[in-house]
Design a protein around this ligand. Structure first.
Ligand SMILES: NC(=O)C1=CN([C@@H]2O[C@H](COP(=O)(O)OP(=O)(O)OC[C@H]3O[C@@H](n4cnc5c(N)ncnc54)[C@H](OP(=O)(O)O)[C@@H]3O)[C@@H](O)[C@H]2O)C=CC1
Ligand SMILES: O=C(CO)COP(=O)(O)O
Length: 338
């Protein structure tokens, strides 16, 4: 399987950065945006000034607002629309059966509590799916700084073809067949990054942040395994890698939002009019609901949902988390373990 032509659907920061990475890897790339005026502006200035300012886009990177122009000539579609809009975007496209789809969105759909691969399987069951996820701030990747991600597809040949299609010296996709584990890592870390931001905003200290990352990883792993993913995937780039990145940096929109919540600002005021997406805000409720259905214990995710959606103040949630009984660190590490 050879992939030469890539359509990137979604011209936010990450879609634009991934289009650039694919172009650097020698692929023929078309970037699709839903707004004709944005397509015109990017074509004219060779820059996505709103979402990825200061990064020059090559002249032969095509930009269009016509889905057919992007899709009809592509060997693969890279889906970089925010999770809450993925279903609507997909239903507005005509996608031929068999064309591989790679989701790079990190979220769970709020109206159905489904992961992106579940949405794809429901809407386009005859298209093979893959996930691109991992520690990757768009600005750094676009600037050519070294970045490594997980590229996961149940079909090993598709994963290998995608690695070949995207890989460069500075953009390094590592293959996996565990699509579920990879997408869960990306979706859950956004909720945990809000929690880490709250910890920072409340000045609870570095010890607390490290504890949160570690216990958050345990939550994410339980959730991934309950959905059929592999625990080891959460130890990789799309798991601990992305979790550490976004729980430690104000470049993360999720972490920054959490930090402002932790300092006492109201959610509506923080979200304001920014056009950028903060996926964890929408995923938190779905994650908590889905975890409850699966009977997976996720106290940190539940706490973030309580702050975002039930008006509970961060101080109360922290007190509740700290009041949980302490016990064995791992379920199989108690005195009866062999
Ligand atoms: N930024 C990053 O560093 C990374 C982001 N991601 C993930 O990539 C996905 C896209 O995020 P990102 O590129 O950062 O987005 P941005 O925050 O940079 O931009 C928001 C994007 O969402 C689009 N959008 C807003 N409303 C709608 C709608 N109703 N229907 C369709 N599209 C809409 C905007 O289009 P318009 O301008 O037309 O409103 C714009 O393209 C997210 O799931 C994110 O978690 C993953 C890794 C890194
Ligand atoms: O997913 C990301 C980095 O891997 C980007 O994180 P934020 O959406 O929190 O900015």
């Amino acid at each position: 399987m050879t992939i030469d032509r890539i359509a990137v659907l979604g011209a936010g920061a990450w879609g634009t950065a991934l289009a650039l990475e694919a172009h650097r890897a020698g692929r023929k790339v078309t970037l699709w945006t839903r707004r004709p005026e944005q397509a015109d502006e990017i074509r004219r200035s060779r820059e996505n000034a709103v979402y990825l300012p200061g990064i020059a886009l090559p002249d032969d990177l095509a930009v269009t607002s016509d889905p057919a122009e992007a899709i009809d000539s592509a060997d693969v579609l890279l889906l970089v629309v925010p999770a809450q809009h993925m279903r609507a975007a997909l239903s507005s496209f005509e996608i031929p059966p068999g064309l591989p789809l790679v989701s790079a969105a990190k979220g769970i759909e709020n109206t159905t509590d489904k992961t992106m691969s579940e949405v794809l399987a429901e809407m386009l069951p005859d298209n093979p799916a893959a996930v691109l996820s991992g520690p990757s701030f768009a600005g750094e990747a676009a600037a050519g700084k070294p970045t490594a991600v997980t590229l996961a597809a149940p079909d090993e040949r598709l994963a290998l073809a995608l690695i070949e299609a995207f890989g460069t010296r500075t953009f390094r996709p590592y293959g996996s067949t565990d699509l579920v584990g990879a997408e869960v890592g990306g979706a859950v870390k956004n909720v945990l990054a809000i929690a880490a931001g709250i910890v920072a905003g409340m000045e609870l200290g570095e010890n607390a942040r490290a504890a949160l990352i570690t216990r958050g990883l345990a939550e994410a792993t339980r959730f991934a395994v309950a959905l059929g993913g592999r625990a080891e995937t959460l130890m990789g780039l799309s798991g601990i890698g992305d979790l550490v990145l976004t729980c430690s940096s104000t470049t993360s929109r999720n972490f920054s939002l959490g930090a402002r919540l932790g300092k006492g600002e109201a959610l509506e005021a923080i979200l304001g009019r920014s056009p950028s997406v903060v996926e964890g805000v929408f995923t938190a409720a779905s994650l908590h609901r889905r975890a409850r259905t699966l009977e997976v214990e996720m106290p940190i995710a539940e706490g973030v949902d309580a702050v975002l959606n039930r008006g509970i103040d961060p101080g109360t949630v922290v007190k509740e988390l700290l009041s949980r009984p302490v016990g064995w660190e791992f379920a199989d590490a108690g005195p009866s373990a062999s």
